[in-house]
Design a binder for this molecule. Structure first.
Ligand SMILES: C[S@@+](CC[C@H](N)C(=O)[O-])C[C@H]1O[C@@H](n2cnc3c(N)ncnc32)[C@H](O)[C@@H]1O
Length: 259
């Protein structure tokens, strides 16, 4: 039996832990507990619930309205790991400045960032977005088409990045990717960056923007870009999407390779 005195001594420790990690506890609550509970109550996936909400609240054919509705859902109703409006502005600026002809997104999820990118593409430019989860892919396809983007502007590829990147050139007739947005599982970042290098799909001046390099974090990827000598890079300090209390960042790399 633990004596009351010892139990009491633990209270300050417990309080310190709770205060220090309050945002992470809140994230766990919103992203895991609420999600599980809603899955049980509604019998539908979180992505499907988000889609139903966007479908019934956003203006079809209006990308801004679709993004705003998603942001409202993620802030007020349930958590989704879209890039979100704050980090989304960095993405917007880079796409706007570069005016890329060919963009690759790794990790489509529900299509939020795909819509964000597509709305800024110039005529004739194309976004390829890769999603390994079929259900997410189906939802993203509906969102992208709801926003008014056809297959010529946004091509959704259902598959694993590790399989898609090596086949990319042959399958899609693409020789060069100007801009890559990495937002899939963080453990895949380094391998996929190296696959992009080996395939010759990225060349001198290609930009790679990698989300969540601080939280959940991609330490091997960061070590590689610092040590390889192949990239100029900067970290855009930010907070986790829809979570101001958790520090995060995006890595912007410019490939300095020879091709
Ligand atoms: C953080 S979400 C992407 C959010 C999206 N970029 C946005 O901002 O709207 C990550 C997604 O990547 C997908 N994913 C993870 N690893 C992948 C891989 N290796 N290849 C393809 N998709 C992957 C997951 O299924 C998930 O839907």
């Amino acid at each position: 039996m633990v004596s009351p005195a010892i139990a009491l001594a633990f209270i300050p420790f417990l309080l310190t832990v709770l205060i220090k990690y309050r945002y992470y506890i809140l994230l766990f609550y919103r992203a895991v507990l609420v999600r599980r509970l809603q899955d049980l109550i509604t019998g539908r996936s979180r992505e499907d619930r988000a889609f139903q909400y966007v479908f019934t609240h956003a203006l079809p054919g209006n990308a801004e309205s679709i993004l705003d509705t998603f942001d409202h859902w993620c802030t007020k109703i349930e958590y989704l790991s879209n890039i979100g409006p704050k980090k989304g502005k960095v993405l917007d600026r880079l796409i706007g400045d570069m005016a890329p002809k060919t963009v690759l997104e790794l990790g489509t999820h529900c299509g939020y960032a795909a819509v964000r990118i597509a709305r800024l593409l110039e005529l004739g430019a194309r976004l390829y977005t890769v999603e390994m989860d079929e259900e997410n892919g189906r939802i993203a396809e509906k969102i992208i088409r709801l926003a008014g983007f056809d297959d010529d502007t946004v091509e959704l590829i259902n598959g694993h990045s590790e399989d898609v990147i090596p086949q990319f050139r042959e399958r899609f007739g693409v020789d060069h990717i100007d801009f890559v947005f990495m937002d899939h599982w963080k453990r895949c970042y380094l391998r996929d960056l190296q696959l992009l290098e080996e395939s010759g799909l990225i060349g001198k001046g290609s930009i790679i923007l990698a989300d969540n390099v601080i939280f959940p974090g991609a330490p091997h990827f960061l070590r590689y870009i610092k040590s390889s000598g192949l990239y100029q890079y900067r970290i855009h300090r930010a907070t986790l999407e829809y979570f101001p209390g958790i520090r995060d960042g995006m890595a912007e790399l410019t490939y300095m390779g020879t091709t």
